[in-house]
Design a protein around this ligand. Structure first.
Ligand code: FAD
Length: 317
């Protein structure tokens, strides 16, 4: 079922969902199940599975370094299929521009359709680790907007190199990313919102936001988006701080602000267990307020262990 249909069916009630990251190569999927199991009692209507783009590794061959491309966390679609099969829940694979040609994307979408996947999240992806800026893959998309367009064309039977008339067209519901504190490369929040509007005009059905720690940022973002004519659901993405290092890491990687009260509360913690508890308490307050304000879904970024997401959901749902 489509994410937008889940939201409509909930009739104003806030839903719980979360995002997981595929395990690194060589790890067992059981570890993932062990982290999903405790969250299933909160009835997530959908679970997102991220995609990691390719990266370079250097292999020492008799003193000479051989540079090779690899994917550390393959398996997004396989994991989606296993989760849907095991838990009977919708899954949302993240589809990236970076690292994929349009043809590869088409094959991936065809596989998604065969697997009965109704939703995809269309994303540009970040620059590769060694690059300063994102560079479009040869034969791939430069922005998420053109990926959205490809998916919508496929929904109409317009494949890249042929039109296939069929009564079995895909009908993907498309999610895209939004940034309450603007995307790091964007000159202003307004121009970033215009880009978001482009994605919606091209056929995106809903937006999931980057993490934020101050709800006001989300509320203002939703207001500005509505003023600009973006009417689709805007789902807040929420991440509990889990280790002290997040105070530097999250602003650096995601360009998000952390409110001073939260910084102070984390800084006085003596152990990571205490930090985790502070993160949980902050998120409970954030979640309660977002729910109260009528957010359609609270979407949690669950990186690894899910005990903190469970503790939050226990208080909120
Ligand atoms: P876009 O919408 O293409 O925007 C990228 C930048 O380009 C923005 O600054 C925008 O303002 C600008 N822009 C857009 N169109 C144009 C144009 N026509 N001309 C000039 N500028 C333009 N990354 C992963 O690698 N894997 C994941 O699974 C993943 N999941 C994510 C899930 C969520 C909910 C979010 C919020 C992010 C996720 N990301 C993921 C990170 C995402 O890929 C990065 O934030 C990336 O840098 C931007 O992706 P986007 O889809 O927002 O790009």
């Amino acid at each position: 079922m489509k994410v937008t249909d889940h939201i409509e069916k909930a009739n104003g009630e806030t839903l719980f969902s979360f995002e997981i990251i595929p395990p690194v190569k060589g790890k067992s999927i059981q570890e993932l199940y062990d982290n999903i199991d405790p969250l299933m009692e909160f009835n997530p209507p959908f679970i997102d599975v991220t995609t990691s783009r390719e990266e370079f590794v250097y292999i020492d061959r008799d003193g000479l370094l051989d540079k090779k491309l690899t994917r550390m966390r393959p398996g997004t679609l396989g994991i989606c299929a296993s989760i849907t099969h095991k838990y009977n829940v919708d899954t949302v694979p993240h589809v990236l521009c970076g690292g994929f040609t349009k043809e590869e994307t088409e094959y991936l979408l065809v596989d998604c359709h065969y697997l009965g996947i109704d939703n995809v999240m269309a994303l540009r992806g970040d620059a590769m680790r060694e690059q300063k800026y994102f560079e479009a893959t040869k034969g791939g998309h430069p922005y998420a907007s053109s990926l959205v367009k490809q998916i919508q064309e496929l929904n109409r039977g317009n494949y890249l190199h042929e039109v296939i008339e069929t009564d079995n067209c895909s009908d993907f519901c498309i999610g895209v990313a939004g940034y309450p504190e603007k995307h790091m490369e964007s000159p202003s929040l307004k121009s970033d919102l215009k880009r978001l509007k482009d994605k919606v005009d091209l056929g995106a059905d809903y937006v999931v936001t980057q993490m934020f720690f101050d709800n006001q940022k989300y509320f203002e973002f939703v207001d500005e988006a509505r003023k600009m004519g973006i009417t689709v659901p805007i789902i807040p993405g929420i991440k509990p701080i889990a280790v002290k290092r997040h105070l530097q890491l999250l602003p650096q990687v995601f360009r998000v602000d952390i409110p001073q009260d939260l910084v102070d509360a984390v800084e006085i913690c003596k152990t990571n267990k205490e930090v985790r508890q502070v993160g949980v308490e902050w998120c409970i307050q954030q979640s309660k307020e977002l729910k109260e304000a009528g957010a359609p879904v609270l979407h949690y970024y669950s990186m690894g262990k899910s005990d903190n997401i469970r503790a939050i959901a226990n208080e909120v749902f």
